[in-house]
Write a protein of this length. Structure first.
Length: 319
């Protein structure tokens, strides 16, 4: 049986070239780039709540970091360092090897160094803290939306939520579609490059983790504005595109969660700049509506009629 220290040394100790001091001392030492603000976010993934206890550890390692990177993307920040705190029911080395592979493959792609953490025995629980930087005063906030801004969404929506419903047996999918949805659920791609480039053109941003309606709702609340969203403009994942009228599919698009796309607002005269930035970042973006002075979120159908918003975003305490 390996000790906690052996496990840390074998699976979580790597060179941290962008840190003054990484894993192995009582604390890490980091030297933020002069002229930047530190941007910090934590996300906890709990077995039985956010994933199944027997979930494949390789994608789990990816996702534990990806959901944190997504938060930095929404701030327009450059990720640099991470800490990883694990509660593990047992020291399963096969599990740890696969988990750390998923974690470090993504970390390496964005030059993120793992600089510390904690490892303890307990019910399976994964907590990543991500640290990044943004030039002073340039981070994108939820509170920056202005009346008449366009409302934009990156990538496409709904597939991860449909994947969850497929796993729960709520919907049948053919093998190919099921695989596409599982892929989105387990391997979210944080929109770091897009978020970094948007910090110069967008007014406000959030990442879509709880569903578009809930997360856009946070921008509206923080900015003291409202919005009109055109349902037909929402970018549905190809598996959902032909069935958007179906109530379950609609729920996945609007309130599904786990999309990890960016929702952002920008002045109406910046459409071309945004499309250019998105192209440079290699991500599609769709303008789905506009910010209004009238508070609240209105969802419009193809004829401009207001649709009933029965769906609310996934709320961990509402069930
Ligand atoms: P302490 O008892 O001082 O808290 P620990 O024994 O918990 O120290 O950790 C030893 C070193 O290993 C520290 O640098 C800590 O940040 C790091 N560490 C512990 N667990 C992890 C982990 N899961 N991933 C990365 N670093 C870790
Ligand atoms: Mg400790």
């Amino acid at each position: 049986m390996s000790s906690e220290f052996d496990l840390i040394a074998r699976f979580f100790t790597r060179p941290a070239p962008n840190a003054v001091l990484g894993v192995g001392d009582d604390a890490a030492l980091l030297a933020p780039t002069p002229g930047t603000e530190l941007v910090i976010s934590s996300d906890m993934l709990v077995a039985g709540r956010h994933f199944l206890a027997d979930a494949d550890p390789y994608p789990l390692g990816h996702k534990a970091l990806a959901v944190n990177l997504s938060d930095l993307a929404a701030m327009g920040a450059v990720p640099r360092w991470a800490t990883l705190s694990l509660a593990l029911p047992e020291a399963d080395e096969t599990w740890l090897a696969a988990f750390s592979r998923g974690f470090f493959e993504l970390a390496d792609r964005y030059n993120v160094s793992l600089v510390g953490g904690d490892t303890t025995r307990g019910p399976l629980n994964l907590c990543v803290t991500i640290l990044g930087e943004a030039p002073v005063g340039r981070a994108l906030r939820r509170s920056g939306a202005k009346v008449d801004d366009g409302v934009w969404v990156s990538g496409d929506l709904g597939a991860a939520a449909l994947g969850v419903r497929y796993l729960n047996g709520q919907i049948m999918l053919d093998t190919a579609d099921a695989a596409l949805c599982q892929d989105r659920l387990h391997w979210p791609e944080p929109r770091i490059v897009l978020g970094n480039m948007l910090s110069c053109v967008a007014h406000a941003a959030i990442d879509i983790s709880d569903g578009l309606l809930a997360d856009l709702g946070h921008i509206l609340e923080c900015s003291g504005v409202g919005a009109e969203i055109e349902f037909d403009r929402l970018p549905a994942h190809p598996v959902l595109a032909a069935k958007r009228a179906d109530p379950l599919i609609r729920r996945c698009l609007l309130a599904g969660g786990d999309d990890y796309e960016l929702c952002f607002t920008a002045p109406p005269d910046r459409d071309r700049a945004i499309l250019a930035v998105a192209q440079a970042a290699g991500v599609s973006v769709s303008r789905v509506g506009r910010i209004t002075a009238e508070p609240g979120l209105r969802l419009l159908d193809g004829e401009g009629r207001e649709m009933d918003i029965g769906e609310k975003g996934f709320d961990h305490f509402a069930e």
